[in-house]
Design a protein around this ligand. Structure first.
Ligand code: TRP
Ligand code: SF4
Length: 539
């Protein structure tokens, strides 16, 4: 992030709320007390730290609207190296698509243009089960979401659009994944209880299947899910399930016993310290010697969890007693680095095939194989290859990026139940103009005061409109508005007039493109008149 990049913490950082409000609820209200808490509580990482690795980043990335991620580095690397990757997001057809959804549409389209396989899906099963929408209502909204996505530039030839209810592969995958999830977990993650309807639970496994669906095509690949942070529980669950269905777990080991990440760190330190002083490091470093060394060793303060390991372990010092115990029990057993393939879900044939495929020195045990001449990386790809050849999925853990929620135009949350607080992509352009003109601002009470103190762009929903949407790719404009505002050169009346005109123009243009997209939509193989029977929804 360079000095002169416009940032838009711009009014998007609502007042801090108590930490217990941080719980992310996919079906609750879309607001977040403090974005920083999400990093600490849930292990979402700051986007800033990897932003520099993204080739030609999108303006939402440049302006800090996309603030967090999980393992997006894998996607950025694929993008930079011209390797396959995918982007997928889903939309619950419960109302009109609005300017908040536009962020996600744009993110999908951008990833598609960067060379990714892009997927947009209509979460109709979820809308029916979790929100009680009737099928006719769902059909109507589904059409509206798709038209806007196409109007903004999604290429349906290159990408994939589907409805959950129509996608047999997704439903089959949901069934497989559901076999690895249980109710207690849903209770803990989503607060489900005895009153939760069963189809709602099914819609959760359906979403995990959506998220992994791009990896069924061709080969497992890095996949990014652009969403609001309220969807993070689904991402976390899916990352877990993606691992749980794998045939083998590849770890690094040093002797017959298992180590956790922190213990492994300590044992490696001991091995490295001792291996230089013996004649043959393959046989002459003994567990007991390593224990003696480790007893004297003071581990550094922090432990860095391994990539793909979402749970930070205890500190290294905490791991010392257990590592010592294991080493002492090992006694004379040689300590020797190796990669270990643990059998998790493999078929017998797959396990045999893996044993055959391991090159170099190996040792086969009940339930695991140790390989002495393979790097961790080679071992990982071997495990995936064997799994894919024997009927498994070989999934990679999906990645995600999170954008900030927009503040409502009337202050507070943007809410679909308060029409003045948000702008629908279907709003009449004149209404859009009026809503912006009526928006609250970060301005001072008098023009005089504003000239003197400057406006509070960081607290201003109108500035947010510029940064998130109206300025588009034009960083110059976003920066100009910001700087002129905070230096007192810009007054709210004119600023809102300019924004309102841009909004009117955007909506008129978007709606024209939607009309053009009708023909495109007709040609697609997607059924917008579902003949599903069902209940009329909640009234
Ligand atoms: N649950 C999402 C929502 O409430 C919709 C959704 C379904 C989704 N499947 C998905 C989002 C897969 C991202 C990825 O809007
Ligand atoms: Fe917001 Fe513009 Fe007023 Fe600044 S000048 S507070 S950006 S409306």
């Amino acid at each position: 992030m360079t000095e002169d990049t416009p940032r838009t913490d711009g009014g998007t950082e609502p007042a801090k709320e108590p930490a217990e409000d941080v719980a992310l609820d996919p079906w609750g209200s879309a607001s977040v007390g403090d974005y920083a808490d999400l990093f600490a509580e849930f292990g979402i990482e700051a986007f800033d730290e990897i932003g520099g690795d993204v080739p030609d980043p999108h303006y939402l990335m440049r302006r800090g609207v996309i603030f967090g991620h999980r393992e997006y580095d894998a996607v950025a690397a694929a993008m930079a190296n011209d390797e396959p990757f995918a982007a997928l997001s889903g939309f619950m057809p419960t109302g009109d698509p609005h300017i908040g959804h536009k962020l996600v549409f744009d993110e999908l389209i951008w990833h598609q243009r960067q060379g990714g396989d892009a997927y947009g899906l209509i979460a109709d099963l979820e809308a029916h089960a979790a929100r009680g929408m009737s099928w006719p209502e769902i059909d109507e909204h589904a059409r509206d979401y798709l038209l806007s996505l196409l109007a903004l530039g999604f290429d349906p030839e290159a990408g994939t659009l589907y409805r959950q209810s129509d996608n047999r592969e997704v439903q089959d995958l949901a069934f497989e994944l559901g076999a690895k999830a249980n109710f207690s977990e849903f209770e803990a993650i989503y607060g489900f209880d005895g009153e939760t309807n069963v189809s709602h639970m099914q819609s959760v496994v359906t979403q995990t299947a959506d998220i992994l669906y791009p990896q069924l095509a061709d080969e497992p690949k890095p996949t990014v899910i652009p969403v609001g942070p309220d969807q993070d529980p689904h991402v976390r669950l899916t990352r877990d399930l993606a691992t749980r269905v794998r045939y083998f777990k590849v770890t690094e080991a040093f002797a017959s016993f298992e180590l956790d990440d922190d213990e492994r760190h300590l044992v490696r330190a001991a091995y490295d310290a001792l291996a230089g002083d013996v004649e043959d490091p393959e046989t002459d470093v003994r567990c007991g010697d390593a224990a003696a060394w480790l007893a004297e060793y003071e581990p550094p303060e922090v432990s860095k969890p391994a990539v793909g390991d979402d749970d930070a372990g205890p500190s290294l010092a905490d791991a010392k007693p257990s590592a010592l115990k294991k080493l002492r029990a090992g006694g004379k057993e040689p300590l020797r680095p190796r990669v270990r393939f643990l059998d998790r879900n493999a078929t017998e044939e797959a396990f045999e095939a893996l044993i055959d495929a391991v090159e170099g020195e190996k040792r086969v045990f009940e339930g695991h194989v140790d390989a002495f001449d393979l790097s961790r990386e080679t071992a990982e790809s071997l495990a995936r290859e064997v799994e894919l050849d024997h009927g498994g999925f070989g999934f990679r853990q999906p990645s995600s990026i999170y954008h900030r929620f927009m503040t409502g135009l009337t202050g507070g949350k943007m809410s679909s139940s308060i029409p003045a607080s948000h702008i629908s992509l279907l709003d009449d352009p004149e209404d859009g103009y009026d809503k912006v003109k009526a928006a609250t601002t970060g301005g001072r009470s008098t023009a005089e005061e504003q000239r003197e103190l400057g406006g509070e762009a960081d607290e201003c929903p109108v500035y947010e409109l510029y940064a998130y949407l109206l300025a588009g790719d034009d960083d110059g404009l976003a920066k100009e508005v910001y700087t002129e505002c905070v230096t007192g050169e810009r007054l709210c009346g004119g600023c809102k007039e300019q924004a309102a005109e841009l909004m009117r123009e955007f909506l008129a243009d978007h709606q024209e493109k939607r009309a053009e997209a009708e023909a495109l939509l007709e040609d697609l193989d997607i059924d917008l008149d579902s003949d599903r029977r069902g209940t009329g929804g909640e009234h």
